[in-house]
Design a binder for this molecule. Sequence first.
Ligand SMILES: NC(=O)c1ccc[n+]([C@@H]2O[C@H](COP(=O)([O-])OP(=O)(O)OC[C@H]3O[C@@H](n4cnc5c(N)ncnc54)[C@H](OP(=O)(O)O)[C@@H]3O)[C@@H](O)[C@H]2O)c1
Length: 263
Amino acid sequence: MNYTLITGACGGLGGAFVRLLAERGEPLFLTGREEMRLQTLAENLHAEHPELQIEYFPCDLADGRSRSRFFAYADRVNARFSRLIYVAGADVQKGFEKYTEEKLVMQTRVNFEGAVSFTRAVMARSDLDGSTQFLAVGSVSGLYPMPYFALYSATKKALWQFYAALRVELIGRAKVTCVLPGAIPTRDDVKEYIKKQGLWGKLAALPPEKVAAKSLEAVQKNRRSVTVGFWNKMMRLFTAPIPLSLKMKFIAKKWKKTEKDAF
Ligand SMILES: NC(=O)c1ccc[n+]([C@@H]2O[C@H](COP(=O)([O-])OP(=O)(O)OC[C@H]3O[C@@H](n4cnc5c(N)ncnc54)[C@H](OP(=O)(O)O)[C@@H]3O)[C@@H](O)[C@H]2O)c1
């Protein structure tokens, strides 16, 4: 059986991918950290779509042994993959001095190491016949270095660059896209944070369903990367010629007092 593998399946954006693909009847292999949440998600999906093929297995993406257990299970059930959607990410945001060692290791691993590790493991279990798809969720925060959001921004940039290079290595064998969303009202703290940004937040925000649909369209077209939303596209275009030092001054002022730590 060929599955679409979705990480972060129980999260806000991951859930939107799950619902969209379930509507299309695509076989799904779901993962997140908590088995109970995955089980409930699978049961709800089965209640709505009784014919849907669903597998799930928990995985802590920051832990190499947990990742190995995940793929050992996938092999036991003879799973093959036609698509990877790497949605999982930890958007910890604060001044770097405030990080603990544990937190920085976790964020780096979930956002980057887990993504490249899952990509390799899925490549080994795919036909790579031109139709296989790899979609990673980056962020517009990866466009520029972001003081007070520095580690998140750096991991998303690394993911974006890795996917851009991999796309060339896999040309003709797989479609490889990194999507760069702006704000997505998912968790309550993220909704609150978008609200606090006033008009800026309103313009930059797009519902998870729309981000998921645009992302799937982009990978179908084998786009290298896609910035989702008109405002975010304009911001990318119009900020490009501004000197980096000026951009970072503005970012530092904007983010200095903002903190997020849901993980
Ligand atoms: N919301 C935004 O404004 C925004 C903007 C740009 C980009 N993004 C990106 O979009 C993606 C989804 O974010 P979201 O807003 O939907 O947030 P979310 O609801 O908090 O989803 C994050 C997901 O990451 C998973 N995750 C975190 N640490 C993990 C770990 N160690 N092992 C396995 N899974 C782990 C979580 O899984 P469990 O909790 O189920 O284990 C959760 O499902 C992230 O990559 C984020 O960086 C978000």
